[in-house]
Write a protein that binds this ligand. Structure first.
Ligand SMILES: O=C(O)CCC(=O)C(=O)O
Ligand SMILES: [Fe+2]
Length: 332
């Protein structure tokens, strides 16, 4: 189905068509539990200024849009989860770009990540990091790639916030390499990092969001707890990102291929990315918890974080209300 091009689409990207990958109407779902949960937890339906722009916010799970961008050409953006908002971005980086990023990172030197190398409890294991910044660019291409990726990341900021450039900033591009069995324990992207664009440079996944809601009107309430490894199973609960490696590497041995829940797994290729959102003004989105499961082979990723100290602080909702009401003034 070809929808009419959206005029209110976000900067730099033009929506071409909207399509649904899976028919979701066959799911028998009830809203009643969700409504009850909203009442109990007093969920505020108000717009999330730290969430996706409207063109992405309006996508249902598995729905996608094709967006045009001068850096990447046409990219398909598909919603994978609601709460947290997670999207798959297909073919954002070309093979030339992924190769160049790895090369720039190696030339600069990757440093061991985490605490002491011998510390078994380190949150990161067998991983190495560096940061690519425009001011350190050793070539025009280095500068251009980092700049293009920053420009693309900004298009994923809510439109009411995007023009308020003093309210948010972009970190340098982080490049990370995990050796075999490298991992990153479950964590929340803190420090006010409200949006994360995580690029898969060599097509190895392993990112796992145990609490992600991958079905519309999910009437299963995912209880958060301190023992996720026992209660949440990759391939069955939440959302697991898998690349060229065998998904069985991440999945409990008692789950055979036929028992995988396909809604709980998304496949990526080199140059794809996931985009996810970690805050509402003044508070973390607890369901955005994620980590990298131990990987079966070398894994390369690059990450752009967009952060806002003010909007994620405990007064964040006050700043957000102000921006939204000023925005309303502008549009009236
Ligand atoms: O390596 C991954 O898949 C996740 C990385 C991550 O969560 C992070 O760098 O904050
Ligand atoms: Fe993270």
């Amino acid at each position: 189905m070809i929808g009419k091009p959206s005029t209110a689409f976000f900067l730099g990207l033009t929506s071409l068509k909207r399509q649904s990958f899976h028919e979701i109407s066959s799911l028998k779902v009830t809203n009643s539990i969700a409504n009850e949960v909203e009442k109990i937890f007093n969920v505020d339906p108000k717009e999330n200024l730290l969430g996706p722009p409207k063109s992405l916010e309006s996508l249902k799970i598995n729905e996608s849009i094709i967006a045009r961008n001068s850096f990447s050409g046409d990219i398909t953006i598909q919603r994978l989860s609601r709460d947290p908002d997670i999207f798959l971005l297909k073919s954002v980086l070309s093979p030339e770009v992924t190769t160049s990023i790895k090369l720039f990172a190696q030339e600069q030197g990757l440093k061991i990540a985490g605490t002491r190398k011998s510390d078994e409890n380190s949150i990161r294991k067998n991983s190495h990091l560096t940061w690519l910044d425009k001011v350190d660019a050793t070539s025009d291409r280095y500068f251009e790639i980092v700049k293009n990726m920053e420009d693309l990341a900004v298009t994923f900021v809510h439109e009411a916030l995007r023009s308020q450039s003093e309210m948010y900033d972009l970190e340098s591009l982080q490049v990370a390499k995990y050796d075999q069995e490298g991992k990153f324990d479950f964590h929340h992207d803190d420090y006010g990092r409200f949006a994360t664009v995580l690029y898969y440079l060599n097509g190895v996944g392993g990112t796992y969001f145990p609490y992600a809601q991958t079905r519309e009107n999910n009437d299963i309430i995912s209880l958060r707890n301190l023992d996720i490894e026992k209660t949440h199973i990759p391939g069955k609960d939440g959302l697991l990102i898998v690349g060229k490696e065998d998904p069985k590497h991440y999945i409990h041995s008692e789950l055979t291929g036929e028992e995988f829940d396909s809604a709980s797994i998304a496949y990526i290729e080199p140059g794809d990315a996931v985009l996810f959102y970690n805050y509402r003004p003044g508070e973390k989105i607890e369901n955005s918890l994620h980590g990298s499961l131990p990987v079966p082979c070398e894994k390369w990723i690059a990450t752009n974080w967009i952060r806002s100290e003010k909007l994620t602080s405990s007064f964040g909702h006050l700043y957000a209300d102000q921006i939204l009401s000023e925005g309303l003034g502008l549009y009236m």
